[in-house]
Design a protein around this ligand. Structure first.
Ligand code: G6P
Length: 612
């Protein structure tokens, strides 16, 4: 996730800003930049780590120590590859305005075209650059910095945390927030603004939390906060009493827990601007498919590794159900060496959180080599898979730091849902069915919250089973891959042996393992095969096995068969994996913590496997 720091005071701004950026490094980024202001505006941006920016600044003959005002940014690419050019701050055409931005501007394409018509020179691929031009346009029009920012904000759709400086107003910084955090640190004769308190605490512990739809006009020793209607808002100054070490995790004990809890937001970000209620479909422009391509595609092959492979399996159920296109799911490592049979009417979609997994990349190259179109679903803009694919979909889930994937998985599932509906609407799905489905999809992020609310109950269950040596996870239909993912999560971080199976397969082997020491997790939602799952549960019970059931809210019968029940809101069965996986993530997390495991960096595992 991108990071913002701004400073106005008496100290040398460069060192305050660089230090601030370093405090935000843990969030993940791919480039950084700085804008310094006195009667001129100096900007420097570099791809890569902050050290690259520092090297560049140190190599200048220019004396930067006299600048006492500036803004800086670490960028985690969403629109446009990581590069010097796409890094922030972005500067308006005349060089007067510099802006750093966190968030996503959804209507940037329209604004880009309008600004180009007005003569602004668009130089980057980002959505953020247009903010600088827009502000310049309105500041010039109204001949006032603050008014110009207010009017520009009215035109923006999407999320933002922005910090702006203007060459014409060298003793001011203006910041605004809508959906992306900003905190103002109030010092003696200096103010520092940042997207995260960790960049502030070295200078002051007195802070003001800027709320959504608020703007703050900052000078060295004063500031004024406004709402978007330009009405002044008085904000309390609060004391930070956090331990600096824990700030990076936003108060959570581990990145994994933070990332599990971020899923309401991350899944929302994945769908942002992509669900089209009116036409009952999804907008996935990055697929780069022409209308005629859709009728030519006779088979889709989904290829991935690890957790991403599980989201591919869910994708298979979704695409076959909604779009009625046959889907094969392949392990990338197997696909690349098996001399796969591919035809012109196949479409390959590779799924990779990191966009760098060696096997997945090799599978992509193999498919391309055989003349097949390959799409990539990845979280990392500008990653090798993103660059080498013919098109694709970014997850926009934000950086995932915990090695065991959680929020990237739910975002991958969301992308699979959107791909399924996209293809379905090109084929047999009616407008009305599409609209009904979109309405249901829109509700999912909020429903994830109700799953997170079960954390206390899950912790209690974890306490009971933390010493188990084996776990079994069972589910049917679209819940089968969720069972696999639940087992993988537990295995990865707690080192407990765990297996996922289609519930009906239990009688063909795993049943031999069942005794009073084997906890079995059933995903047993109320659907057409509920009765069958209940029979499997009874078979486990009869052999003394302990049952943890993930069941549908309002199912009063289930407690007759299970030792513990976690309820899931009653949603469309095909959309439910995005909810049912959450308690399984939490269960693994709590068990691993109770066993004293290193949750964020489990032994022997790597976040991105770039070797075969
Ligand atoms: C590693 C990670 C897993 C991940 C897998 C695939 O094994 O530890 O969490 O699911 O790689 O990674 P990818 O980046 O391609 O999704």
């Amino acid at each position: 996730m991108c990071g913002i720091v701004g400073y106005i005071g008496t100290k040398a701004a460069t060192s305050v800003l660089l230090k601030g950026l370093k405090c935000l490094e843990y969030r993940g980024y791919d480039s950084s930049g700085i804008a310094l202001l006195n009667d001129s505006l100096f900007v420097c941006k570099k791809k890569g780590k902050i050290i690259e920016l520092e090297k560049e600044l140190n190599g200048l003959s220019k004396d930067l120590s006299t600048y006492t005002v500036g803004i800086a940014h670490t960028r985690w690419a969403t629109h446009g590859e990581p590069s010097d050019l796409n890094a922030h701050p972005h500067v308006s055409s005349s060089g007067k305005i510099a802006v750093v931005h966190n968030g996503i501007i959804e209507n940037f394409q329209i604004l880009r075209e309008k600004l180009a018509l007005k003569g602004f020179k668009i130089t980057t691929q980002t959505d953020s650059e247009i903010i600088a031009h827009l502000i310049e346009y309105y500041v010039d029009k109204y001949n006032d910095f603050l008014t110009g920012v207010f009017v520009a904000l009215e035109k923006l759709e999407g999320t933002y945390g922005i910090v702006v400086v203007s060459r014409d107003y060298p003793d001011r910084i203006i910041a605004a927030r809508n959906g992306s955090p900003l905190i103002l640190g109030v010092g003696e004769g200096e103010i520092i603004i940042a997207s995260d308190a960790s960049a502030i605490v070295e200078y002051t512990r007195k802070v003001i939390y800027i709320d959504d739809r608020e703007v703050v006009d900052i000078q060295r020793d004063s500031y004024q906060t406004y709402d978007l209607l330009q009405k002044q808002v008085e904000k309390p100054v609060e004391d930070i009493d956090w331990d600096i070490e824990t700030i990076g995790k936003k108060g959570y004990d581990h990145f994994m827990l933070k990332e599990i809890f971020e899923q309401v937001e991350s899944v929302k970000n994945t769908c942002r601007g992509r669900l089209l209620t009116e036409t009952g479909t999804s907008r996935l422009d990055g697929l780069n498919l022409k209308p005629e391509d859709f009728s030519e595609i006779k088979r889709i092959i989904l290829i991935a590794c690890g957790t991403s492979w599980h989201s591919a399996l869910i994708g298979e159920y979704l695409i076959e159900e909604y779009a009625r296109i046959p889907v094969d799911v392949e392990y990338a490592s197997e696909f690349r060496y098996k001399n796969p049979i591919l035809t012109k009417s196949d479409l390959v979609i590779v799924i990779s959180q990191s966009g760098e997994t060696a096997d997945t990349l090799a599978a992509l190259r193999e498919a391309k080599q055989k003349g097949v179109k390959v799409l990539g679903v990845t979280n990392i803009v500008g990653s090798t898979i993103a660059r080498e694919s013919d098109g694709g979909v970014y997850l926009h889930a934000g950086p995932e730091i915990g090695v065991a994937s959680t929020k990237a998985f739910s975002s991958q599932v969301m992308v699979m849902i959107m791909i399924a509906i996209h293809f379905a609407r090109r084929k047999d799905m009616s407008l009305e069915s599409g609209q009904v489905l979109i309405e249901k999809i829109e509700k999912l992020p909020q429903l994830i919250q109700s799953m997170l609310d079960t954390a206390g109950d899950i912790k209690n269950i974890a306490e009971i089973y933390k010493n188990a040596s084996n776990f079994l996870y069972l589910g049917r239909g679209v819940q089968f891959p969720v069972a696999l993912e639940g087992a993988l999560k537990l295995k990865e971080i707690s080192y407990i042996h765990a297996e996922g199976y289609p519930a009906a397969e239990m009688k063909h082997g795993p049943i031999a393992l069942i005794d009073e020491n084997l906890p079995v997790v059933f995903i047993a939602l109320k659907d057409s095969i509920y009765g069958k799952i209940v029979s499997n549960m009874q078979e486990v019970r009869a052999r003394g096995g302990k049952i943890i059931a993930i069941a549908t809210e309002g199912d009063n019968e289930i407690s007759n068969y299970a030792d513990h029940v976690i309820f899931v809101p009653d949603v469309d069965r095909m959309l439910s994996p995005i909810l049912t996986v959450v308690p399984l993530q939490l269960l693994s997390y709590y068990i691993a913590v109770m066993r004293g495991c290193n949750v964020d960096q489990p032994r022997n595992l790597a976040k991105s496997v770039t070797v075969e």
